[in-house]
Design a protein around this ligand. Structure first.
Ligand code: JHZ
Length: 397
């Protein structure tokens, strides 16, 4: 067997399935799955064992909106400027446009959105952008090609790793991308995830976590190759891959490509032993986090969760934390407010300063936005409030 299991995070609910009060009482019906992660010795790909049907994950009630943080809005704005300056594409296509934080920086006749969640697709349609409310697949690529011909630039952030059939993903891209076209993919970096012991990046939607090594192996099959790789701080450390056709000799390959590949090999991302060491660190991380929380509980201090993230679902369910540990979460996302954390009886309240300032400790569900949150919560910090995080190791800040 080329696939080797290295991590078992137990039974988990669907990470973005926040339950209403009514659903909570029927919790016995809440769907769970066994979250096991494996490493493929041949392809070097890290993936989940159990794949949930897409319609259960991405439908008309998908709550996550990428425009909820200033950090992401700024990141998409600066990328849009870069795309225009560096590639000047006539037509761009975004796979997984969510509520439109990237496309809003383009003119309406310059970009096409693809978004399977109809509640989100409605938003970009309403903004006046061409939107295909579909899953990304070969049939869709044929449909778009018929209507718009080939596309100069295809961009996708935090989406392709959510699609089980990667062969179909790249076949569809290959079908639509022009001869000298550019593909840009952005996703959490496996290297950062392993280094930071951020095991919460594993949940049902993240079927794969890419390393540049595994993605490189996949691209080979489609005669595609990297020509630049950027390291980003977003989502706890992401990689932005710039990809072209091998036949396109006009674009030179930057040194950043071999640098990233070498760095990952040196770290051991191509070896199972690295992942087995990671597993031990995850087990330790769980023990330490529980210890910290139990210690705080003994002093009768109040812990509030900050950012009801999909990642937090993995933490709460793996560490078995309930509303006896974390009183409630605060979040700015309208579709999460008033609901309960998946698998747990912890309510999500609408973010306001008072709720934050009434807490003694804030558990950073959205640890990836630590800088933005620390800036926003200056007063909480000034008044002696403390944060709890588990990244890169459980501690009080
Ligand atoms: P955030 C989602 O994961 C799901 P999550 C998905 N699978 C994926 O890949 C990544 O995104 C990209 C809130 N917040 O981005 C907003 C505040 O309340 O870490 C969000 O609910 N106040 C598509 O859920 C959450 O935190 C704030 O000041 O792990 C952040 O979610 C800020 C900054 C955020 O993604």
């Amino acid at each position: 067997m080329s696939n080797n299991e290295f991590l078992d995070l137990g039974y988990q609910p669907l990470a973005n399935k926040y339950l209403s009060k009514r659903e909570k009482w029927k919790r016995t019906n809440e769907e769970t799955y066994r979250l096991k992660v494996g490493f493929n010795n041949q392809t070097k790909l890290v993936s989940l064992y159990k794949k949930i049907p897409v319609k259960k994950m991405f439908n008309d009630t998908y709550p996550y909106k990428s425009s909820m943080s200033k950090t992401m809005l700024n990141s998409f704005l600066s990328l849009s400027k870069k795309i225009k300056k560096r590639f000047n594409p006539k037509m761009t296509l975004e796979i997984g446009s969510n509520d439109g934080p990237l496309i809003r920086n383009f003119k309406k006749n310059e970009i096409i959105c693809v978004e399977p969640c109809s509640n989100l697709a409605k938003i970009t349609k309403k903004m006046g952008y061409i939107t295909f409310n579909n899953y990304w697949n070969y049939d869709l690529s044929k449909k778009i090609k018929k209507q718009f011909n080939k596309i100069d630039l295809i961009y996708s952030a935090n989406t392709l790793t959510h699609i089980e059939n990667l062969k179909d993903v790249f076949k569809s891209i290959d079908n639509l991308l022009s001869k000298h076209g550019v593909l840009i993919i952005e996703d959490p970096s496996l290297l950062e995830c392993i280094k930071k012991v951020s095991y919460d990046q594993f949940y049902n939607e993240h079927i794969y976590i890419f390393s540049s090594i595994s993605l490189n192996n996949l691209l080979e099959k489609f005669n595609l190759e990297f020509f630049d790789i950027e390291q980003l701080t977003t989502h706890g450390g992401s990689l932005r891959f710039y990809i072209k056709r091998k036949s396109n000799k006009k674009i030179k390959i930057k040194a950043s490509v071999s640098k990233q590949l070498t760095k990952e090999k040196k770290f051991g991302l191509n070896k199972l032993s690295t992942y087995l060491r990671f597993k031990d660190k995850v087990i330790n991380s769980k023990k330490k986090l529980i210890l910290i929380i139990n210690k705080i509980k003994k002093t009768n201090k109040k812990i509030v969760g900050y950012g009801a993230t999909a990642k937090a679902t993995t933490i709460l369910n793996y560490c078995n934390l309930s509303n006896k540990d974390i009183a409630h979460f605060v979040d700015t996302t309208p579709d999460k407010v008033g609901k309960f954390m998946p698998g747990k009886n912890i309510k999500i309240l609408k973010y306001n300063k008072k709720l934050v300032n009434n807490a003694d400790y804030l558990f950073l569900g959205a640890w990836n936005f630590k800088n933005e949150i620390f800036l926003k919560e200056k007063n909480f910090i000034k008044n002696g409030g403390k944060f709890i995080t588990h990244v890169p190791f459980p501690r009080i800040i």
